[in-house]
Design a protein around this ligand. Structure first.
Ligand code: NAI
Length: 700
């Protein structure tokens, strides 16, 4: 939110004691990381920083001036030194002799690699000339919400003058590129007293001759904008005031859990999408306001914003005054279709003879009155970052509309950026998505040995994974470990007991809100027990039946419901057991429950096929390492059943196997992976034994 309290002011975090001993390049890095650490200064990946540094040429040994500038695709908050491109300033100036005018400006990007200093492999970005030609040593280009709010106001030129006097200039909208670089050069030369410039519809440039002065100027100018808004907006309701009360938090999540799988299903035809739900205060203020629809329809302004969020969001028809999710669901397919048609019409209206083919026409941002904002993208991080960008756009609309009229970018300009050949080239350079990218999996018993290995295997190939387990402590440990390896975006944990219908429903709803739905269920939670039949108590029998047979039924039923809401197929894998096929001494309750799981899988394979829901079984045997089952009394009971010491058990199972090999959790995970991946797209109702060979469990 564009806050207007003192707490909203940016602090000067520069530590001269630290910076004094740094090289010029290190000071640039320090400044960049300080600026990027605060989203009020710039959004993720947005903006760039530079310094012109005196260095020795590696060939001639002569002193040359080198431009260090954030490389293509980087983020100033997290950039390291190797994220900067380095270019000879004299060569950059020599490029002016090759410039054939604005209609040919894109070709200048092709010359940038020829200016590279020091064989630096980091690609120079489109914004390089914007930094190179400013006649100061240090340049910051930031996207602060408070300044973009000025840049996106109808009378932004007059406002810039009113707020900053002559200190900050103003340039009309111009797509970033070579021509804008020349404009900035001319401005900085003709206005030696100016410390920066507001770019209409875009953002802020600031400059100085030392790294510290540049940083302090950037902070001061942004604070000036924040302070000015404070004076102008205090006590005024934003966005024309509140039109609806937000629903209570739990109800907001419940509505999101109902809507998200349906949206996901409707927009995933060309590739599964992952969702993100955001109901922070700034979002709620906007989606409950009187002017939400009108302002959102104007589209976003800053190019970074709409590249991430598409030019405008889809407004979901939901009335928080008399909530009826069913009615909303009924209207969703038509609303989504209408959005796609609008997008196709925009493409047709604006396309040029050499425009790249139309990209996915589905909305990225879905605004639900009284509830919040839903975003969908090809992966979780992109969905989350798209939401962050739309929050920036909300802040901009809030500021601009409170002091003037907010203006979005003209449609053709927006199109020309979205379908810019250079933007397309950037997309083409992106690595191919991993096989499970866009897929969401829930693994029960995910805190145990096989469950955790399975989660790691699916995460390694790009899935988002919810680990579900009854053991909260083990869940924390497994969650921390998986987040450490794969990042916080793609791992969620949910505590649930697979014998509780309510807990299962809540766990699956959490997955729907966290990721938008579900593609893969790995039903794996379990236990093992051993007792001769005459000593098997009813309680022990029921425990096996409850957790294994009934537990597998309950989670599958919930997954089927969710799969059907999405309508894009689904995948269930049961981790059963060799003992479901082969009888084992003194384990009748366990073996029978495991046999029930296997037959349940066959029944579900039959029921799910028409909806492209596949159900398969992996049968482990004797996975001692990593398994909690094998740390308890089961190990002792098994050793007793075979009349040996527990230390000899692993060797016993290895030598009992036909292949004479031990089986590990990762081996089970590999078989699960095969079944959930498209490699096995034409298999359902199948069983893979992962038991190092055991004739007793050959399937017949
Ligand atoms: P594990 O004990 O390491 O993991 C099982 C997990 O399930 C544990 O984290 C546990 O907290 C969780 N769990 C138990 N009851 C639950 C409930 N009511 N609700 C939610 N979570 C619950 O055991 P392991 O070895 O990873 O076993 C996984 C599956 O593989 C089980 O179904 C087991 O029967 C099966 N299996 C294991 C074999 C082995 O040798 N380890 C052999 C054959 C089958």
């Amino acid at each position: 939110m564009l806050e207007t309290s003192n707490a909203a002011r940016l602090a000067d975090l520069w530590d001269e004691a630290r910076a004094a001993s740094m090289s010029e390049a290190e000071r640039l890095l320090y400044r960049s990381n300080l600026l990027g650490s605060d989203k009020r200064i710039t959004n993720y990946g947005g903006g760039n920083t530079s310094a012109k540094v005196a260095q020795n040429d590696p060939l001639t040994g002569e002193a040359v001036e080198v431009l260090w500038v954030k490389g293509s695709g980087g983020d100033v908050g997290t950039i390291r030194l190797d994220g900067f491109a380095t270019l000879y300033m004299d060569k950059l100036h020599a490029l002016k002799g090759l410039y054939r005018g604005v209609e040919h400006e894109d070709e200048m990007v092709g010359y940038l690699p020829h200016c590279t200093f020091g064989l630096n492999p980091r690609a120079a970005s489109i914004d390089t000339p914007l930094h190179a030609y400013v006649s100061r040593r240090h340049v910051d280009h930031m996207h602060p919400d408070a300044v973009i709010a000025i840049a996106a106001a109808k009378d932004s030129k007059a406002l810039t003058r009113e707020i900053f006097g002559g200190e900050i200039g103003w340039l009309p909208w111009k797509r970033p590129g070579y021509e804008l670089g020349l404009w900035l050069e001319a401005f900085s030369r003709e206005n030696p007293d100016a410390v920066g410039v507001v770019l209409e519809g875009h953002g802020l440039f600031t400059w100085a001759d030392t790294a510290r002065a540049c940083y302090e100027t950037t902070i001061r100018i942004i604070n000036r904008a924040i302070e000015w808004f404070e004076g102008r907006t205090a006590g005024k309701a934003a966005f024309g005031g509140e039109a609806y009360r937000p629903l209570p938090a739990a109800e907001r999540r419940a509505v999101a859990a109902r809507l998200m799988p349906a949206i996901r299903g409707a927009i995933s035809a060309t590739g599964h999408k992952v969702g993100h739900f955001d109901d922070q205060a700034a979002v709620l203020e906007f989606v409950c306001s009187a002017r939400m629809e009108e302002l959102a329809a104007l589209g976003t302004s800053c190019p970074d914003h709409f590249l991430r969020t598409k030019i405008r969001p889809l407004m979901v028809d939901f009335d928080p005054a008399s909530p009826n999710a069913e009615a909303t669901l009924a209207g969703l397919p038509a609303a989504i279709e209408a959005y796609r048609n609008d997008y196709a019409a925009y493409y047709e209206r604006c396309k040029r003879p050499d425009s790249p083919a139309m990209r996915d026409p589905n909305a990225v941002v879905y605004l639900v009155p009284g509830v919040g904002m839903i975003t969908f993208a090809a992966d979780k991080a992109t969905a989350r970052i798209s939401a962050e960008f739309y929050v920036n756009a909300i802040n901009v609309m809030r500021g601009a509309s409170s002091v003037s009229d907010y203006v979005g970018l003209p449609e053709q300009e927006a199109f020309d950026i979205e379908y810019w050949a250079l933007e397309e080239a950037k997309l083409q350079r992106m690595p191919r998505p991993k096989p499970l990218a866009g897929r969401v999996a829930l693994v029960t018993g995910g805190a145990g040995g096989i469950g955790r290995a399975t989660a790691a295997r699916l995460l390694a190939d790009g899935a988002c994974v919810v680990i579900a387990d009854i053991d909260a402590d083990a869940l924390d440990t497994a969650g921390d470990e998986l987040c450490g390896s794969f990042g916080n975006d793609v791992v969620r944990k949910v505590r649930l007991d697979v014998t509780s219908e309510d807990e299962i429903a809540a766990g699956f709803a959490a997955a729907a809100v966290d990721y938008g739905g579900l593609d893969i269920l790995v039903s794996n939670a379990g236990l093992a027990s051993s007792a001769p039949v005459e000593e098997t108590t009813l309680a022990l029998w029921n425990r096996n039946m409850d957790i294994l047979a009934t537990g597998y039924f309950l989670v599958s039923r919930e997954a089927f419901r969710l799969f059907r809401q999405q309508g894009i197929g689904g995948n269930v894998v049961f981790v059963a057991s060799k003992n479901g096929l082969a009888a084992s001494p003194n384990a009748s309750a366990y073996c029978t429950a495991k046999a029930a799981e296997i037959h349940l899988a066959r029944c579900l394979a039959l029921e799910g096929a028409a909806a492209q829901i596949r159900v398969n079984v992996v049968n482990p045997d004797a996975v001692l390492r990593g398994s909690k089952i094998w740390t308890g009394e089961w190990k002792e009971q098994r050793a007793a059943a075979y009349n040996m010491s527990t230390d000899d058990l692993e060797e016993h199972y290895r030598s009992r196997s036909m292949l004479k090999r031990s089986v590990y959790p990762e081996d089970i995970a590999e078989a699960v992976y095969f079944f959930v991946s498209d490699m096995s797209a034409k298999s359902t109702g199948n069983i893979i034994n992962v038991d190092a060979g055991n004739a007793q469990s050959f399937t017949r």
